[in-house]
Design a protein around this ligand. Structure first.
Ligand code: DHB
Length: 484
């Protein structure tokens, strides 16, 4: 008798322990879905919608740490779409992060919707992906303004940790769910593009493990197959220098509702940051396609600048080839059907300056990025020595080195402890002023130099936005699958 009571007690305790430790199951439930349909390009797209799945066992915020999964109904009837089957369909993984804010998962119904980022056109990436036979999984993530009773809960690295946890959920449930979790393709714009590059760069890296453990992420890998990123706002601790290297001569700004002329003090900041950029760039030891080291001299000239210009020239050439009239642009030298060269300073006048210096680590400690690098109890922190030293905020502190490291994909590409995605597609509008061109050019060159496949371009006249070339994007993702 006593024995059995003891056993019951013990079982009760065990049950209690499991509930407390593991309150939410990480097992995908294939029968918990609704059927949704939508017409798209003359076809009716019918899917099974598995919505608002909590993707971690110990969530901190069940309104953000949720994922929507959409699976074409055809896969449950043994049919194929675009050559893919229930077993082979790749998983398109778009996020809707913008401004490093909290993000909800994308949905099938009510699409088209904003693709992410702070601006840009509506995106119908979800329905387009489904129409082409992709499984769509879109995760929400905590962001910089999320709070609970204990304080801030969405500061760096929360957003990327959440997205990695969602990737783990997909891999953990690969056998229970249609689609191939070894073929996850992330997609995002701006801060969401940064998240996409971080997912691609940092696969399985131990730096994130304690954070993933804390929220009860599935115990499996989180490396992904391919990255699609539009205007990723990355390399934050070096982006202030890149911005002034490019826009030092442009003295008018128009930044989130405030416009005007740079003060003498701001011009001095711009000069300092511009002057610091060549040392950073030269330290990267990047090579051009001919294998020659990319450099800048103290004035900021050199073959790295030529490389940046060559991407703008290629962009103008593509526009010209598609019949766009570029004759009004005096900064372009065009001979016959060929864009021969670009006057960089003239192009900057056309482009205009958006942000005041420093563009990211603001001296008043109030930028989006300062807010990203806060802690549970501190709202905003600096993340560069320069801004901290010159801060106007008497209470300013600096973010931990490790946190700054974890928010920059550049620190992980090719790191032996990371499984970096093999396939990358990066687009940054040739009319985007939210970050300097050097930022995506350094990303693309690093990937190239380290042997990853990178398809990179600065689409002509595109501003800070994403998802504007979805047909091309899915042609690229399809080509990756055909080459496997
Ligand atoms: C975004 C834009 C910015 O200019 C920035 O500094 C951070 C994020 C965005 O659109 O997500």
């Amino acid at each position: 008798m006593k024995k059995s009571i003891a056993l019951i007690c013990c079982l009760g305790l065990l049950q209690h322990f499991t509930i407390a430790q593991n309150s939410i199951s990480l097992s995908f439930n294939p029968s918990k879905f609704t059927t949704q349909t939508q017409d798209f390009q003359g076809k009716t797209i019918k899917v099974r919608a598995f919505e608002r799945i909590i993707y971690v066992a110990n969530p901190i915020d069940t309104t953000q740490q949720i994922m929507n999964v959409y699976i074409p109904e055809a896969y449950f009837n043994g049919e194929k779409i675009n050559g893919y089957s229930a077993e082979t369909a790749p998983i398109f993984f778009p996020n809707r992060v913008g401004g490093y804010m909290p993000a909800q998962p994308a949905t099938f119904i009510n699409s088209p919707q904003k693709g992410g980022g702070m601006g840009g056109p509506p995106s119908n990436a979800v329905i387009m992906a489904l129409s082409k036979g992709y499984i769509v999984a879109s995760a929400g993530a905590r962001g910089r303004i999320n709070k609970n009773a204990n304080g801030n809960i969405g500061k760096a690295p929360a957003g990327i940790v959440d997205l990695k946890a969602a990737v783990r959920y997909l891999k953990f449930n690969d056998k229970l769910m249609a689609g191939d979790a070894n073929k996850i393709i992330s997609n995002g714009t701006s801060a969401g593009g940064a998240m996409s590059t971080l997912l691609g760069a940092t696969g399985n890296h131990p730096d994130y493990e304690p954070y993933l453990n804390e929220i009860g992420a599935a115990k499996t890998s989180d490396n992904i197959f391919a990255v699609s990123a539009y205007c990723p706002i990355i390399n934050l601790e070096n982006a202030d220098m890149a911005y002034e290297w490019q826009l030092n001569k442009i003295r008018s700004f128009n930044f989130r509702g405030k416009s005007g002329e740079l003060s003498a003090e701001s011009i001095k900041v711009s000069d300092d940051l511009k002057a610091a950029f060549p040392k950073y760039l030269n330290s990267l030891n990047l090579k051009n396609e001919a294998g020659k080291k990319l450099n800048l001299d103290a004035q900021g000239s050199g073959n790295f600048k030529e490389l940046v210009q060559s991407y703008i020239v290629a962009s103008a050439q593509k526009a010209l080839d598609t019949g766009i009239d570029l004759s009004k642009h005096n900064f372009l030298k065009i001979e016959g059907n060929k864009v021969v060269s670009i006057d960089f300073d003239g192009y900057m006048i056309y482009l205009e300056r958006m942000k005041t210096p420093p563009a990211f680590d603001a001296l008043d400690n109030k930028s989006f990025e300062n807010n990203l690098f806060g802690t549970s109890t501190i709202d905003n922190r600096h993340f560069t020595k320069y801004a901290y030293k010159n801060s106007k905020d008497p209470n300013a502190t600096v973010a931990d080195k490790q946190i700054i490291k974890m928010m920059n994909p550049m620190n992980y590409i090719g790191d032996k402890s990371a499984k970096t995605a093999q396939n990358w597609r990066v687009r940054h509008g040739a009319k985007d002023r939210d970050t300097g061109f050097a930022v995506p050019v350094i990303l693309a060159t690093t990937l190239q130099n380290k042997g990853f496949k990178i398809d990179f371009a600065l689409p002509w006249d595109k501003t800070h936005s994403g998802d504007y070339d979805l047909e091309e994007l899915f042609r690229w993702t399809d080509s990756l699958m055909r080459n496997e």
